[in-house]
Design a protein around this ligand. Structure first.
Ligand code: N01
Length: 534
């Protein structure tokens, strides 16, 4: 049974996904008293909420797991190359049970407000259940893709049928048998769920605004050579930490534009056959830097897309052209394009024929009305900053994080914010997070924070806060790094461009996990350069 929260804690953690779980474990090991508040009824975060049909990770299961405990590594057996949502959720539950973490988590409870008290050097944290606790440290471990984007289409309240959203799918599942279904959104969530919805439904109509690049997952049992890495898992993890994406693999130093056309095509064919998203943009060093180089890969994927779709008109609509490949998250699919060859699946190009409104019986576009039993919204998230700004966080002198971030998320190392003492973010904006294997990046952040708290204890320091100079320098560096790439060319959630009114800044740090780890380690080794302590 969950114990009642203690009033005075060392650390309050918001969120009990992978980040929250490891934080609790780590702090307990250090002899601290942590408590997590979790909005869901159980652990798992992203993998607790996103239960839509076909939900899977796009990082291979062998890589998408904790490395901090060799016994945990060995006892857990993944069943497929890319794990399903239920399997990843079971893994998170296993971790919670194995380390007895649930007793420090208050479920079905959202953190609503956190206020820094200057005199006592404590955070006062209030939840939506009316509980108030105090703690020396406050950590947001609320995930990068957890706050849904508001539905920005008129008339939703008028629809008399069923409405589903991929990020908060009913736990009991949905049976679409015999139903006509409309799906809005063709990002990863749409692309994963559409084939399975279409398998069940009588008729499925997909509303596409921007065609996306998707490559086939080639899912199945884990390849024996990949399974074999678990025999030397720790060395394999050490390799992962040296890479940009947090997954071992080739990091090309040669350029798409300097190898022969034949070699280029061969290497793209290999990539396509492997179905490996993390390495798609790094097959050549110039793919994410040079438009012409990028176009070679984009055109390769386009030709594959066209070859999968029987109707040439449909193929043209589904073929992505609007942004450089990999500057929006590329998708990984199972039979996505093939689904549009079915006679009971339709595609509406809402770029040409925009949605006017949701009606009582369905969706009205500019020139047609569609009737549906159910509408599925796969319309994405207020990524990276949404969950952080959903909580009313008040730092020194009552200043609000929402106000401070009005024009973009100022931060130092993607971990801390000037004016907000003893406050940390896990995989926050300004850190590599979503550009990498998230579990690896979560571990790096948790371990860095734990070391920092250890340093403070050893040196009798009670308060840490970054300087404004360090914060400005880091933000400039993150922006300059992004500006060297093609990423600003896409209207992506990486750039904050998917949410109306959101500042246009590159949210993740694009220099890669290894360079970022070195920067964080250097800061720590230099007695936490860029921070001041009280
Ligand atoms: O969200 P998205 P997602 N009218 O923002 C459309 C991770 N993830 O939930 O592109 C009409 O990518 C929007 O159109 P457009 C992964 O990192 C991972 O799918 O803005 N359409 C787009 O097509 C991923 O990138 C996995 O023109 C509207 C779609 O909705 C991230 O989560 C699985 C609209 C939103 O796509 C987000 O993915 C799932 C409107 N008003 C998610 N508003 C895996 O591990 C939005 N759209 C594989």
């Amino acid at each position: 049974m969950t114990e009642m929260p203690k009033k005075n804690l060392d650390v309050v953690v918001a969120g009990a996904g992978f980040a929250g779980l490891y934080l609790l474990h780590k702090f307990r090991e250090m002899g601290l008293t942590p408590r997590a508040f979790e909005a869901g009824d159980d652990v798992g975060g992203t993998w607790y909420w996103n239960r839509y049909p076909g939900a899977r990770c796009d990082i291979e299961s062998i890589d998408y797991s904790f490395s901090f405990d060799p016994e945990l590594e060995q006892e857990w057996q993944w069943t497929e190359k890319y794990a399903t949502q239920p399997e990843i959720l079971s893994y998170a539950q296993h971790v919670a049970d194995r380390f007895d973490l649930r007793k420090d988590i208050t479920f079905a409870t959202r953190v609503e407000k956190a206020v820094w008290d200057e005199d006592d050097a404590l955070w006062t944290v209030t939840t939506d259940q009316g509980e108030t606790v105090t703690a020396r440290f406050f950590i947001m471990a609320t995930g990068c893709l957890s706050e849904p984007k508001d539905i920005d289409i008129d008339g939703v309240e008028n629809f008399s049928g069923e409405i589903y959203r991929t990020h908060s799918w009913p736990h009991e599942g949905v049976n679409f048998t015999g139903k006509t279904v409309g799906v809005i959104g063709t990002g990863s969530s749409g692309i994963q769920s559409i084939p399975l919805i279409a398998e069940q439904a009588e008729n499925t109509t997909v509303f596409q605004r921007t065609a996306n690049y998707s490559i086939p997952a080639g899912n199945g049992p884990i390849a024996p050579e990949k399974l074999a890495v678990t025999e030397h898992y720790q060395d394999y993890r050490a390799e992962a930490r040296k890479t940009r994406v947090g997954v071992p693999g080739k990091e090309a130093m040669d350029f798409a534009l300097t190898v022969s056309e034949e070699e280029r095509q061969e290497r793209y064919e290999e990539l396509w056959a492997k179905g490996a998203i993390p390495h798609l943009g790094s097959e050549f060093a110039d793919i994410l830097l040079n438009e012409e180089a990028n176009e070679t890969l984009a055109e390769f994927v386009r030709s594959k897309v066209r070859s999968k779709i029987e109707d040439p008109e449909l193929a043209e609509i589904l073929t992505p052209t609007e942004f450089p490949i990999c500057t929006k998250r590329a998708c990984l699919d199972t039979n996505y394009y093939e689904t549009f060859n079915k006679s009971n699946v339709d595609l509406v190009d809402i770029r040409k024929n925009p949605i006017r409104t949701i009606t009582e019986s369905g969706i009205a576009t500019q020139d047609k009305e569609f009737d549906f039993d159910a509408i599925v919204f796969a319309t994405g998230f207020d990524a990276m900053t949404g969950a952080l700004m959903a909580v009313d966080i008040r730092g020194r002198d009552g200043q609000s994080l929402r106000k401070k971030w009005e024009h973009g998320p100022l931060n130092y190392l993607g971990l801390t914010v000037e004016g907000f003492p003893n406050f940390f973010m896990i995989t926050g904006p300004g850190s590599p997070s979503v550009m990498t294997n998230m579990v690896l990046s979560i571990e790096q952040h948790v371990e860095w924070i734990a070391d920092c708290l250890g340093y403070m204890a050893d040196n009798n320091l009670s308060v840490i806060e970054p300087t404004a100079t360090a914060e400005n320098g880091w933000v400039d560096y993150v922006t300059a790094t992004a500006d060297m790439t093609l990423f600003p060319k896409a209207k992506s959630w990486y750039m904050g461009a998917n949410v109306p009114g959101k500042p246009r800044v590159c949210l993740p740090y694009l220099g890669g996990a290894a360079a970022y780890r070195r920067a964080c380690d250097d800061v720590a080794a230099d007695d936490y350069l860029g921070f001041r302590f009280d």
